[in-house]
Design a protein around this ligand. Sequence first.
Ligand SMILES: CSC[C@@H](O)[C@@H](O)C(=O)COP(=O)(O)O
Length: 338
Amino acid sequence: MKAISYKEGQLTLLDQTALPHQTVYRTYTEHEKIARAIEDMVVRGAPAIGITAAYGVAVGAREYQRGSFREHMMRVIERLQHTRPTAVNLHWALRRVHAVITENPAETIQALEEEAAQIFQEDQAINLAIGQHLKRLVTDSSAFLIHCNPGRLATSDYGTATAPFYLAHEEGTQFKVYSGETRPRLQGALTAYELSQAGIDVTIITDSTAATLMQQGKITAVFVGCDRVAANGDVVNKIGTLPLAITAHYFNVPFYVAAPTPTFDLSIEDGGAIPIEERHATEVTHLRDQAVTIEGAVYNPAFDITPAALITAIVTEQGAIEPTYEAIQNLFSKGEKQ
Ligand SMILES: CSC[C@@H](O)[C@@H](O)C(=O)COP(=O)(O)O
């Protein structure tokens, strides 16, 4: 199951709006359509958005016809930059590809394709490393709660918060995963789908069931991904992460955030300054095309802010760190790219 693949100017995305009942691959040869695919969540998840945007720039370079090549490329980047506001991986990836643009279109196309492929491969290595760090918690008879889809579908492969599950499963460890459905877009159903495809024991729950499971003492730890980490360790992730963190704190359940280093934004002091995307009302009033409530005022923030104080550890490809300003500064002063 690959969410993203690319060959010679053609970007192919597994349409996540059709899963799990239909497996539809869509191929794109125009950056505008790739931008819309990100907005419409055909592809989603912070790392996958970054990778897709990087390939989108390569596709955009191939669309160049006349006039200033640099100006054309700036328009392509600008369009992709404005697709989704919260996941910082988008801006990080666009900065990476921006840096390889020259005046020469043919040279630039090749350099962009190489850089996007490099970002894709680095993401795989990052996820495997995060998986190795978190795997020590996944022992026989353990059980985990996961939110949204920080999985294969949201990344190049393995996922961030799901990577330890894939690795432990490969080693024959017997554990259980509870996946919160994640209203309104039901990314938790995607997690249940991809884990079950791999043969992992997964149970889907409504978001409101999470507290009951923790109260029953059934959860070893909560694993979530994230869309942006502020300099002080506050984490922005899918709406519903904050209530899970509060509940986990109350019931003394460890709460781990899997965060690749490209997901950190040291320019943002605390979570309150991270832009939170608000999405369309119909995501709440409708399930797919079916109206489930009245049409009226709707508040639909796509993400929430979990304060650092509620997080047991942030796990990057470098290992687990405390969610503090000092630990994060220390991580990046070791020469990490941001
Ligand atoms: C490894 S993906 C981590 C996050 O991007 C994920 O948990 C999430 O919030 C995705 O949100 P989405 O709105 O589906 O793009």
